[in-house]
Each structure stands twice: as C-alpha cells, then as structure tokens.
Design a protein around this ligand. Structure first.
Ligand SMILES: [Cu+2]
Length: 262
C-alpha cells in the first residue's frame, strides 16, 4: 500500500513537453490490484485503467507532460480512499520550459491522514477503521507517514543555513482533509497555490490552503537562525494527531531582525 515502500511515493520530476514512459509493477506478494491516476496527464482516468494490474503484474504507460505544475498521483482502484490513506500517493513536478529558479535546498513533504481502530499513540500493528474514514475522523494526521518523524525529536529535522533559500514541495493526499499549511516563524516568500506553476506566485503568504488531491510549492528566505515548524494550522492535528515537520536553520543571529529584549 505504498509506492517503493515510501510515503509519499517518489517524486517524478520532468520538464514541460517531456515525454514519459512509466513502468509500474505490483509485488507478487500483494493481495489486491493497484493502478495509478496521474493528474499531470491528458487521458482517461489519468492512466488508471491503462495501469490496472493484479498482484505480480506490470503495466507501462506513455504520456506527454504538456502543462507545467505540481500534480498528485495516487492509486485509483475501488476503495481508493483507503489506498491513499495508507500511503499510495505522490507528486509529479512538471517544471516550466525555463525551469524553476535556483534555490539552495528543496524538500518534499506529503500530508495524509490515517484511520485506525486503536487510539493515537498506539504502537505496533494497527487496524484500519473504515467507519472512522467514512466519518472523516482520523486519529493520525501525518507528514511522510510518520508521527513527528521529520523533527529533532524524531528521525531528525530538515536542515539549512542562514542566508540560503529553500523550496518546499507538499502534496496533500488526504484522502479527506484540507491542509492549512504554514511555516511557523517564517512566511511563504513566494508560493504557488495548488502548485499551479503556470501562474505568478503569491508573495508573503502565511497560511495557504492545500486541498486533498492537490499540491503546493512555497519558497522561504532564511535571514535568522531558528527552528521553523511546518504545520497544518488546524492545530489539533499538530497537538493531538502527530502532524509536524521541522526545518532547523543554523547560522549567526541578526539582532537587528530578531532578539530578546527584556
Ligand atoms: Cu493501490
């Protein structure tokens, strides 16, 4: 129920007008069919029918990326909400002809929610709760499939240095919840709502809505050392459901911009 064992699935990064031949394989040990619906393509179901395969199967899809932007891909067989909840989603980045502006670092996040019979904080094998999913009441909301995984207290924060520029790619798999995406202690200096790169960016945005089944691209400047918390500002998801990522910025302070004053 993942792509290459990862949540989100691997980022597919191409340039506008590139042609792509995508091969998808389903492990023989799988029990159910899978397929992939790619929002970056013109074609029936985004390729869903052309890629449906049984356990052990393999399919190949040809498509041309004629328009730029960032787009979700996800499994789209019957029960696709469960597949996406479990982690079968990822991002296709189609850079415009001229490419994206240079930045020092890029990061890739995927938000999704998990519905389990066991309460938040439970460890070990948990069981999927279809009734909770139908009510859209998850007990886990996560970045990259982990409870606070990308933080100093988890597997380790993302890191950058004062004076650098960073770009955050975020895909919201959902399947159901909108994300109110904010960098605490910073601002989206430039961002593209819905990851729609054909348009001019919005400047100095605090919280940007990222719908399930869409993406987001945002850039930050890093003038001071700090710990930037990347959150969904529906904060119960942060306080009680595991959703947090951290970007630690190392470097010299700039007291003219920020200092304790008493
Ligand atoms: Cu699937």
């Amino acid at each position: 129920m993942t792509w290459n064992g990862r949540v989100p699935g691997p980022m597919i990064r191409v340039r506008q007008d590139d042609t792509v031949t995508l091969t998808v394989r389903s492990a023989a040990a799988n029990q159910r069919p899978h397929c992939v619906d790619i929002h970056a393509v013109y074609g029936s179901g985004g390729g869903a029918m052309a890629t449906i395969m049984p356990p052990g199967g393999s399919r190949r899809l040809f498509f041309e990326c004629t328009y730029p932007g960032t787009f979700i891909y996800h499994c789209a067989v019957m029960g696709m909400d469960e597949r996406i909840s479990r982690g079968m989603f990822g991002m296709v980045l189609v850079e415009p002809h001229e490419g994206l502006p240079a930045v020092d670092r890029e990061f890739y996040l995927g938000q999704h929610e998990l519905y389990t019979r066991e309460p938040f904080g439970s460890r070990g094998l948990l069981h999927f709760d279809f009734a909770a999913m139908a009510r859209e009441e998850p007990n886990f909301v996560l970045f990259n499939g982990m409870v606070e995984g990308l933080t100093s207290g988890g597997l380790g924060a993302m890191r950058a240095k004062v004076g650098e520029t960073v770009r955050i790619f975020m895909v919201n798999g959902g399947p159901n919840l909108n994300s109110s995406f904010l960098p605490v202690g910073n601002v989206w200096k430039g961002c593209w709502p819905q990851g729609a790169l054909a348009n001019s960016p919005l400047n100095y945005v605090q919280t940007q809505s990222v719908a399930p089944g869409s993406c987001f691209v945002g850039e930050m400047e890093l003038p001071v050392p700090e710990s930037i918390k990347l959150v969904d500002h529906a904060l119960s998801r942060v306080a009680r459901k595991g959703l947090l990522a951290e970007l630690v910025v190392d470097g010299a302070p700039d007291p003219a911009l920020f200092r304790e004053a008493g």
